[in-house]
Design a protein around this ligand. Structure first.
Ligand code: 4NP
Length: 154
């Protein structure tokens, strides 16, 4: 994986998990001088398109010094060729992304770069309480650090 890799994070609504992962990878990339990494996020659903990230997720990130920005958008088939790596929140989302067609992007799970949770799904925090957002922040934080380590070593 080169330092100029492009990464798209995908979840259901693009207001909780994928903007959090996008913000965390950007945060760690800036902190370690990897400015060449291109990072974006999208949802398989378009219900929240144009909306800001979920305020509970933004608040959880802010408490930990991470800024979550941007507005939600729906993934398109063109994204499958526009990015090197597409990281999905869970296996259902991964199947839906694959069903959009064939492309050059490698499609994996967000937690595949976590030291202990490779192959696992990121739980959907949307209908739960605040603890769910903290848990999602923590596991995505570890996985984004793992991904950046891999980029750094390659
Ligand atoms: P996300 O969370 O996929 O992590 O952005 C959700 C956002 C919205 C809904 C479900 C999950 N929803 O049902 O509207």
């Amino acid at each position: 994986m080169s330092d100029r890799v492009s990464v798209l994070f995908v979840c259901l609504g693009n207001i909780c998990r994928s903007p959090m992962a996008e913000a965390l990878l950007r945060h760690h990339a800036h902190a370690t001088g990897h400015e060449g990494v291109h990072i974006d996020s999208a949802g398989v659903g378009g219900w929240h398109a144009g909306e800001s990230p979920d305020s509970r997720m933004v608040a959880t990130a802010k408490k930990n010094g991470v800024v979550v920005e941007g507005s939600a958008r729906k993934i398109t088939a063109a994204d499958l060729n526009a990015f090197d790596l597409i990281l999905c929140s869970d296996t259902e989302i991964l199947d839906q992304v694959r069903s959009l067609g064939n492309g050059s992007a490698r499609i994996e799970l967000m937690l595949d770069y976590h030291p202990e949770l490779s192959g696992e799904n990121v739980p959907d925090p949307y209908y739960g309480g605040g603890d769910g957002f903290i848990h999602v922040f923590e596991i995505l934080n570890e996985s984004c650090r793992g991904l950046l380590d891999k980029i750094r070593r390659s």
